[in-house]
Design a protein around this ligand. Structure first.
Ligand code: AMP
Length: 577
């Protein structure tokens, strides 16, 4: 397939913000794509050359990319940099430079999708001495054969910006549309993707074998599964009304891990499907000792535990185990316990489709007693009083609350459903739960904070239907000096408001929506200056928001959704009524 087909479609998507239109443009592109190319195309549309959990970034710094542009177009690197300062977008700068290029275009080879993919793949896997020159050469080779609009997309892929125009959900809808699928087949495709986290693979199965085979996709060890998420309800009565007799599980305030084991090899993934195996040598040992299975995928919450005093340690302590350095030292200083709470796959069998009670029973049979891995503590409850009593018991133990689980529900991959309902404490504020929001911009600091650059943050929740971030709070308090410095270092400034952010407020500096923070607030209030729920409630905002945590374990798309905020707002109003 000619790469020009991809760039033509891409040009069309730039002219619209309607998700439906973007979907049908991409569906049109997929219709023209041969099976041999579909995997490559799906990966490139996600800005990767392998599924993201492989952890391989295309990995070409902007400076190197600028050098390639300079080499290809004959502009000096300084000229490229100057234009980049003006546009704030290296892909636009590249397009400009390519348009000005004087060389004859007659000698050009037509770029194919395969060629683009191959060179980007090589760029991502080249390392060691001579790799810098090699990467520049590989990119220059592509650019020199590219039309300006093709060069722009190549650069968008390299700089990780391709996915700001559309997210995975849109690609899945487009795949479905290209094969004239139904709503049902759309759900099957989503499920297959959530089960394997590998869109390229799912698309290939669809193109090769059709929807019937998509239905048969099951978990595969070492491909992370997207986690089931918990819903909220206001209180124990509502939970019992919804679920009837259910099980209440202690809710541990640590981080979620997914353990994969096959033929004695073990890998551990985070909640956002990153491989973290090397961070937890202590847990790996424990899995070897305590898990009786040839092949298994199970989930649990890792939390630091003070064995001497038999108490759980706070999240801030636990999260320090999520570092790449001094792994051994940390694992001794901050021992973890893993509270296993669900089974997804065992010895060739897909457990996600089975009832909760069956999964739990098998999990209990599979994990041997030991001191590191425990089963989550739980109790069957029939009435709201029983549930409340158990909830209070959990709080006394220093836990966050409980999660009620539907005894008959399957494991709802990648989705927030009423199969799990969380109940958290709400002493000090009207809303029990915290909000996870993505930082979309910041304000300059005053006084002591001027020096650090960042003073306040503009944060947004996620409208997952339209793939947009919508603002909900300006955060000005709760930061430690250390966190401010961290923000200054890690926020990625942009020249303009990103396309996937909707905001009435203007930030001093817009940033790439990459970093998620947990916010505690007193209540959700109406506000006409925020875009969250603008259609439904003329805007919702957080009252007295304060930062409680930086959540490097969450992806921007894992932020609390706009829909959830609306539900929380309604729950809160009912409580007051
Ligand atoms: P939240 O992040 O507040 O929506 O709550 C859901 C999270 O609670 C899950 O993603 C897990 O990381 C965590 N969790 C802690 N204990 C449990 C448990 N017993 N069962 C399921 N999830 C749990």
């Amino acid at each position: 397939m000619l790469f020009q087909e991809v760039s033509d479609s891409f040009e069309k998507t730039k002219k619209t913000t309607s998700r439906l239109e973007i979907t049908s443009i991409l569906a049109g592109l997929f219709k023209k794509t041969k099976t041999a190319d579909i995997k490559r195309l799906c990966y490139l549309l996600q800005g990767v050359v392998q599924p993201s959990f492989a952890g391989i970034e295309i990995g070409m710094g902007e400076k190197l990319a600028e050098r390639s542009v300079s080499l290809t177009t004959g502009q000096t690197q300084k000229e490229v940099e100057e234009d980049y300062k003006k546009t704030g977008d290296l892909s636009k700068t590249t397009r400009n430079a390519m348009q000005k290029r004087k060389q004859s275009s007659l000698t050009k080879d037509d770029l194919t999708l395969e060629k683009v993919f191959d060179n980007l793949y090589k760029i991502s896997t080249t390392s060691g001495s001579g790799s810098v020159e090699m990467k520049i050469k590989l990119l220059s080779e592509l650019l020199s054969n590219a039309r300006p609009e093709e060069a722009e997309i190549i650069m968008k892929i390299i700089t990780g910006k391709i996915s700001s125009g559309f997210a995975e959900q849109t690609i899945i809808s487009a795949l479905n549309e290209s094969r004239e699928g139904s709503k049902e087949s759309q759900e099957e495709l989503e499920r297959a993707y959530y089960l394997t986290s590998d869109l390229g693979d799912v698309a290939e199965v669809l193109f090769n074998k059709g929807f019937e085979e998509i239905k048969k996709v099951k978990p595969v060890p070492f491909k992370p599964i997207m986690p089931a998420l918990a819903e909220r309800l206001a209180n124990a009565e509502e939970i019992i009304k919804k679920l009837g007799e259910c099980v209440a599980d202690y809710k541990y305030d640590g981080f979620r891990l997914q353990v994969h084991l096959k033929n004695n090899e073990i890998q551990i993934f985070s909640r956002r499907q990153e491989r973290m195996t090397h961070m937890f040598p202590d847990l790996i040992e424990a899995v070897k000792k305590q898990v009786k299975a040839k092949e298994i995928i199970f989930e649990g919450e890792a939390i630091s535990f003070d064995e001497k005093n038999q108490t759980f340690l706070p999240f801030q302590v636990t999260i320090t185990r999520k570092r790449k350095h001094e792994v051994e030292k940390r694992s001794k200083a901050i021992p973890l316990r893993l509270y296993a709470f669900d089974l997804l796959y065992l010895d060739g069998e897909d457990y996600t489709k089975k009832k909760y009670v069956e999964r739990r029973k098998k999990l209990e049979e599979t994990i041997k007693e030991g001191d590191k891995i425990h089963l989550s503590t739980q109790k069957m409850v029939k009435t709201a009083e029983e549930l409340d009593r158990y909830f209070n018991e959990a709080l006394k133990k220093g836990l966050e609350g409980v999660i009620a689980k539907d005894l008959n529900a399957p494991y709802t991959v990648g989705a927030r459903k009423f199969a799990w309902i969380k109940l958290k404490k709400s002493y000090e504020s009207k809303i029990a739960d915290t909000i996870d929001a993505t930082i979309v911009g910041y304000y300059y600091g005053k006084g002591k904070r001027t020096k650090l650059g960042v003073g306040g943050l503009l944060t947004a929740v996620y409208d997952n239907k339209n793939e947009k971030f919508k603002t909900i709070a300006k955060l000005g308090t709760g930061f430690s000096e250390e966190q401010l410095e961290w923000f200054s270092k890690n926020l990625k400034p942009l020249k303009e408001k990103p396309e996937n952010v909707e905001s009435i407020l203007k930030a001093n500096v817009w940033v790439e929506p990459l970093i998620v923070v947990t916010i505690k607030a007193d209540e959700i209030t109406k506000s006409t200056i925020h875009t969250c729920a603008f259609k439904e409630e003329q805007g919702l905002a957080l009252r007295f928001p304060r930062l409680t945590q930086i959540r490097t374990d969450k992806k921007p798309s894992d932020s609390t959704t706009e829909k959830e905020v609306i539900e929380m707002f309604r729950m809160q109003s009912e409580k007051q009524a």
